[in-house]
Ligand binder design. Structure first.
Ligand SMILES: Cc1cc2nc3c(=O)[nH]c(=O)nc-3n(C[C@H](O)[C@H](O)[C@H](O)COP(=O)(O)OP(=O)(O)OC[C@H]3O[C@@H](n4cnc5c(N)ncnc54)[C@H](O)[C@@H]3O)c2cc1C
Length: 368
């Protein structure tokens, strides 16, 4: 019998398996992939704090500017904290650390379902050894945005956005963010440098058309896609726990989820180490670790969904505050920027909100 079965050997699964094995727990990690990390859906853009956790050896690019392109104008933000990491190598590295700590990894093995038998959880899998059942005390869903562990536990799914990415063989020095709610009503589109390649991507409705448009007639070396969950869900149920994207713990404003995947894994392993009331302790530790920011970020996204398209209202205001944003900007804590903007000119923010209400009412009347 295992102490924990971890479904998924992505960043959250690799990290929690390593943490638990290093404390002496018997861990089985399963993943349906035949090669860990492949296929890759992620852009790998992270803040320095992720690099500090996972290691400099994974860094493949270091863009210093992010150009924000809106329908009315564009502006540049600078950051010395932005890094692009090799996402395939990240997943491989974390699962290798887990194995070196004693976790058993079974690749090409699919989690099918589970049933509860007293204090045991019986986990049904299908893989290279055919249909196999394993017994465990705890079942950990690190199985990404479409989590089967979550769905079978009856926990509500986050909203799901599909993404499209084209990789081009060309060098790009800066990140580009295209904000245009007419073209990408659910999200935004982007360009991210990856050493000798440049990734063009978009999420939600209109993603494919927009990515094709930005690409133009440039040469595509790879087409890929992934799923971004929007909105955190429950963290588990009795002895079943969710980490990373399985619980929708990424940032709802940007889709970035690597820091949250690692932090949620750390929070859950701390709670398991404490011994009793694991789920309650996990909730508390996660909330204090990074969960508070994820909830704030979700609230910010709701505001953005309503307000972003009024570019003429807010872009000029941001333009006058670029220097301050550069000083405090932090991709893991976007709420810092909102708080900074609110504190830097409360009168201006009041004016923006007043105009926004007027515009919303006007649109409402038009649509009648
Ligand atoms: C287009 C896109 C771009 C992104 N860019 C960034 C970025 O630039 N920066 C950033 O921080 N974040 C980014 N993210 C988010 C980031 O990729 C996720 O937050 C991160 O992958 C979450 O890690 P995870 O381990 O929780 O889940 P995943 O990485 O999804 O890993 C889940 C693992 O579970 C396995 N699995 C699933 N179902 C089963 C099953 N039934 N049985 C066995 N195994 C199973 C999968 O094979 C997979 O290996 C991006 C996401 C997308 C979609």
């Amino acid at each position: 019998m295992y102490d924990s079965i971890v479904v998924g050997a992505g960043p959250s699964g690799g990290r929690i398996s390593a943490n638990l094995s290093s404390k002496g727990y018997k861990v089985l990690m399963i993943d349906l992939k035949s090669e860990i990390g492949i296929p890759n859906h992620c852009s790998g853009l992270v803040d320095e704090r992720v690099v500090n956790i996972v290691g400099q050896d994974l860094v493949i690019d270091k863009p210093q500017t992010a150009e924000v392109i809106t329908p009315i104008t564009s502006f540049k933000l600078n950051s010395k904290r932005m890094f692009v990491i090799d996402r395939v190598a990240l997943d491989k590295k974390l699962s290798e650390i887990a194995e070196s700590e004693g976790s058993i990894l079974k690749k090409r093995t699919r989690f099918l379902k589970y049933r509860i038998n007293g204090k045991e959880i019986i986990v049904e899998t299908f893989g290279t050894e055919g249909y196999v059942e394993y017994k465990t005390k705890y079942l950990i869903g690190a199985d990404g945005p479409l989590s089967q562990v979550r769905n079978l536990s009856g926990i509500k799914s986050p909203v799901i956005l599909s993404s499209v990415q084209f990789d081009l063989k060309e060098k790009n020095d800066s990140v580009k963010l295209y904000l245009n709610r007419d073209k990408t009503p659910d999200f935004f589109s982007w360009e991210i440098p990856h050493d000798t390649e440049n990734e063009i991507g978009a999420s939600g409705k209109g993603a494919l058309e927009v990515v094709k448009h930005i690409t133009g007639n440039r040469n595509i070396v790879r087409k890929r896609g992934g799923i971004i969950p929007i909105g955190p869900t429950e963290l588990g149920l009795e002895n079943i726990f969710l980490v990373g994207d399985a619980a929708g713990l990424n940032k709802a404003t940007t889709g970035g989820g690597l820091y949250a995947a690692l932090k949620s894994a750390d929070s859950l392993s701390m709670a398991i180490n404490k011994g009793s009331n694991i789920l309650e302790n996990y909730k508390k530790i996660w909330y204090n670790n990074f969960g508070k920011e994820i909830l704030r970020d979700y609230e910010m996204r709701k505001i953005l969904d309503k307000m972003e398209k009024y570019y003429k209202l807010w872009v000029p205001y941001v333009l006058t505050n670029v220097r301050g944003i550069n000083a405090i900007g932090d991709v893991d804590y976007p709420s810092k920027i909102l708080l900074y903007l609110m504190a830097s000119s409360p009168l201006k923010i009041n004016e923006i909100i007043k105009n926004f209400i007027l515009l919303s009412n006007r649109n409402h009347n038009y649509s009648k």
